[in-house]
Design a protein around this ligand. Sequence first.
Ligand SMILES: [Mg+2]
Length: 255
Amino acid sequence: MVKNPILLIFDIDGTLADSGGVTRIALERAAMELYGVERTTKGIAAWGQTDLNIFQLMVANNNLPIEDLQQEFDRFSKLYVTHLEEILFQSDRPRLHNGVRALIERLITEPDICIALGTGNIELTARMKLRRHNFDHHFPVGGFGSDSSDRATLLKMGLEKARRHYDQPFPVGSYWVIGDTPNDITSGKRIAAETVAVCTGTYKRVDLIPHRPTAILTDLTDSDYFLALVRRQVEPSDGQAMLFVEASGEESDPL
Ligand SMILES: [Mg+2]
């Protein structure tokens, strides 16, 4: 048994991968099919949100005639999953972020590192987005948008599932949430996680600093540094001073 194992809980969109806009297309196709309304995600900033929250906004913004939101979401998400699968695997736009494959493939060989997912995607689409890159088998467990519409709650559920799966207590200080949005940071803090913010989503370093993650990384390309960080072999001096190179500033849509 390894002493003091570390749990790393990764967000997907904007952190590990970028779906290149196909998520939005799938959501809109499902809504068009069910309600006959076009461009239902217009104006919705999906970053850091759970799938149910995004659906709730689609309903509200387009005055969709819904009585029971959860029940309707279940009906909607079946269609959404079907469309997403079709587009995701046809399109060449979805991609993993730079360094992600090498980092994860290294992490799984480190005996003191355990990995999990913490994402607002429902589990089906989360796994699909990683399977698109032949990547989902690295993540045996996670918290998903299908566990809760509240990000902190789904992270907590992911943490609990990881504790059971890896049969480790993962005390406070040993688990980290890695994400690209203020909501990853604030929700991570709500479960007392250490947090790493990455600048590969839509938020720039300057947007993430006020939320005071444990550290901010431009991206996940430096696996030596990343490992030293989560093993506490380097010290983030005041929460964000470690870093670093300014993000490229290129904006992307995580959907
Ligand atoms: Mg994200």
